[in-house]
Design a protein around this ligand. Structure first.
Ligand SMILES: *[C@@H]1O[C@H](CO)[C@@H](O)[C@H](O)[C@H]1NC(C)=O
Ligand SMILES: *[C@@H]1O[C@H](CO)[C@@H](O)[C@H](O)[C@H]1NC(C)=O
Ligand SMILES: *[C@@H]1O[C@H](CO)[C@@H](O)[C@H](O)[C@H]1NC(C)=O
Ligand SMILES: [Zn+2]
Length: 607
């Protein structure tokens, strides 16, 4: 998407560029692998694949025994749902009262499909069967690793947002919508990532939206409200009460790291966080050249900050492979790099990977974009499974969503007459762009006259989506959006959704339970069945055996946290109430209790 480009911040010294490549290639990266980077010949790769095969076989054997081990693991103190504790299982140590602490090296990969509900899976599965001509029993990779489902409400609403959702994962506690690892009482809570770092693990975040967005932010920062993204960015690079807690960050969101004096910045002040990060030792990369330089993770120097877009990375349906990395490529690069870096360490790594924009496609009610986002996420999941099978260190992946977005429905009644039972994947297959992209094309069209606009829509835009039967009303809505200077994205999305007979109930989130996936499934036994989202957070810290409470104590020491958490919570709630009437009733905003119906069944509210 040409519009997503920002003036290249190449003037920042020390970014990873071609001119440094040669020097760095002969540097310590090479030492770490114990072989010369470019000299890695066919033979050594072939030899490696034999080693990897043996490692995979060994891993399977270890995993089989691991199942028995996990059953008697001390973290099983609290019984799993429906599964009683098994202290006397065959492999249990002979000291039932004080079982040994877990000293085993472990990696944890936590994947978040933001805004992906069960309907998104059905939609994408059928879409894929249609487009790739697969049999009806063909499934997504995720489908084959389903273990349970999660209940997602927050402390102040039955419908959570991504901030409260991610706080449940990072802190293992419920908080209010908008909270970035802050509790309803206004105090920060330690996160699994911070605790992992303190325990000696390497840590990473990989996303397709801004790295300062709610889901990633909840793992390595603490602010009262999610839109304080400038503060989040500062904390993420190490201006944080615990110092730098993250070793790798890949995603978008460059604009929050650029001073307000430079073109394309979205910061409120003139701090140059790229410069600050570099001074603090971060490697910085911001384009495809920089990404390719990382050689799929074999040449990464830590800590590394890779911000590939000013804000969001384009939707997969619009993404130019030469301009932006895929989620799968970022995931693979991150895992390989973290694996190499922890090779000789007695602790592994914690990596969070988010398919951030499934949620955006849901907000936009754009099914054509969403099926490609879910597919891209499924491909990333596939890559993660492959890496896990190759790794020597015990590794688990847990994949879940923070909530559903859009109230997606894979059927839609368009008329009074009783509907046929069907929906049409071919319509989604025929659309070549997201509604966001189509809206941008229309907004950028330079001719003002209605005739010219109408012609442009009919001759240039509709063919891109293969819409051949647009009616006058639809065209009029597009023209009106253009002449009013508004986005036409919702109109484009609606044209596709109606034709495909796909339904949506909201441009916001919904309260439906979301799925949990895991591999290997036995190691995630505690997440089998239906769970509160906070139990996923508990699982993460227990799996890594890290002390999150100790981090909470450190964060609260001396009450200094108020300085870096942004505005006072009360101040923020007041602002929020004024701007969108949160809770409806004036003068009453809560972060812990639920609101109740108060006679407004048609109320305008911003998203
Ligand atoms: C799908 O069905 C076909 C027969 O129609 C069968 O041969 C194949 O094994 C099935 N695949 C799976 C994954 O069940
Ligand atoms: C840029 O940030 C500085 C504070 O760092 C502020 O004084 C100035 O008004 C800002 N400029 C703009 C254009 O926002
Ligand atoms: C999709 O495009 C093909 C080829 O242009 C066309 O024949 C078909 O009717 C389209 N399908 C739908 C559902 O629009
Ligand atoms: Zn959302």
């Amino acid at each position: 998407m040409p519009t997503d480009r920002v003036v290249s911040p190449a003037r920042h010294s020390g970014e990873i560029g071609d001119e440094q490549e040669e020097a760095l290639l002969t540097g310590r990266h090479v030492d770490r692998k114990g072989q010369s980077g470019r000299g890695r010949g066919f033979f050594s790769r072939w030899k490696n694949s034999i080693i990897i095969t043996w490692a995979a076989i060994a891993t399977i054997i270890i995993l089989v025994f691991g199942v028995l081990y996990v059953r008697s693991h001390p973290e099983d103190d609290k019984p799993a749902h429906g599964a009683p504790n098994a202290p006397n299982s065959p492999n249990a140590p002979n000291t039932p009262k004080a079982p040994p602490k877990n000293t085993k090296k472990r990696n944890l990969i936590f994947m978040v499909s933001d805004g992906m509900g069960p309907a998104s899976l059905s939609l994408t599965r059928s879409f894929r069967q249609f487009t790739e001509n697969l049999p009806i029993n063909d499934t997504l990779t995720l489908d084959r690793h389903f273990v349970g489902s999660s209940r997602t409400r927050s402390s102040n609403s039955l419908v959570t947002d991504s901030a409260a959702g991610a706080t449940a994962f990072s802190c293992g506690l419920k908080s209010y919508n908008g909270a970035i690892s802050i509790l309803p009482d206004g105090n920060p809570c330690g996160t699994v990532l911070e605790a992992a770092k303190a325990a000696g693990y390497m840590t990473g975040l990989v996303v397709t939206t801004s790295i300062t967005d709610a889901t990633p932010a909840c793992f390595n920062s603490h602010v009262n409200m999610r839109w304080e993204q400038d503060r989040i960015a500062e904390q993420q690079i190490g201006d944080h009460p615990l110092g730098r807690v993250t070793d790798l960050m890949f995603g978008g969101g460059l604009c929050h790291f650029m001073p307000n004096t430079s073109f394309g910045s979205c910061r409120g002040d003139d701090r140059d966080l790229i410069k600050e990060a570099r001074k603090a030792g971060w490697q910085f990369a911001h384009n495809m050249g920089g990404f390719k330089y990382l050689r799929r993770g074999n040449f990464v120097k830590f800590p590394i900050l890779g911000l590939w877009a000013p804000a969001d990375i384009p939707y997969d349906i619009d993404r130019n492979e030469d301009e932006y990395p895929s989620l799968a490529a970022m995931a693979e690069t991150a895992i390989t790099a973290l694996e190499l870096e922890t090779r000789t360490s007695d602790k592994g790594f914690f990596l969070m990977i988010e398919g951030s924009r499934i949620d955006h496609a849901g907000h936009g009610n754009d099914p054509a974009a969403q099926v490609r986002e879910v597919r891209a996420y499924d491909k990333a999941f596939e890559v993660v499974l492959k890496k896990i099978d190759q790794m020597e260190t015990e590794t688990i992946v847990i994949s879940t969503s923070d909530h559903e977005t859009g109230g997606l429905s894979t059927a839609r009644q368009l008329h009074e007459t009783y509907p046929d039972y069907l929906w049409y994947p071919s319509v989604l297959a025929n659309a070549s762009h997201s509604s966001e992209y189509m809206a941008k094309l229309l907004a950028d069209f330079p001719e003002p006259g209605k005739m010219k606009i109408t012609e442009y829509i009919k001759d240039e835009l509709l063919p891109l989506q293969k819409i051949t039967d647009a009616d006058d009303e639809e065209i009029a809505r597009l023209v009106k959006a253009k002449t009013d200077g508004l986005s036409s994205a919702y109109v484009w999305a609606d044209m596709i959704s109606r034709r495909a007979q796909i339904g949506w109930s909201t441009h916001g989130h919904s309260a439906v339970d979301v799925n949990i996936y895991a591999y290997p499934p036995e190691a995630a036994k505690k997440l089998w069945g239906n769970h509160e989202n906070t139990e996923i957070g508990e699982f993460l810290r227990n799996y890594l055996d890290v002390d999150v409470e100790d981090i909470t104590k450190k964060l609260r020491q001396g009450g200094t946290h108020a300085k870096w958490m942004g505005k006072e919570l009360s101040e923020i709630l007041e602002e929020k109430e004024k701007s969108m009437g949160v809770g409806g009733k004036t003068g009453e905003v809560t972060v812990a209790g639920l609101d109740s119906y108060h006679g407004v069944h048609k109320r305008a509210c911003m998203h």
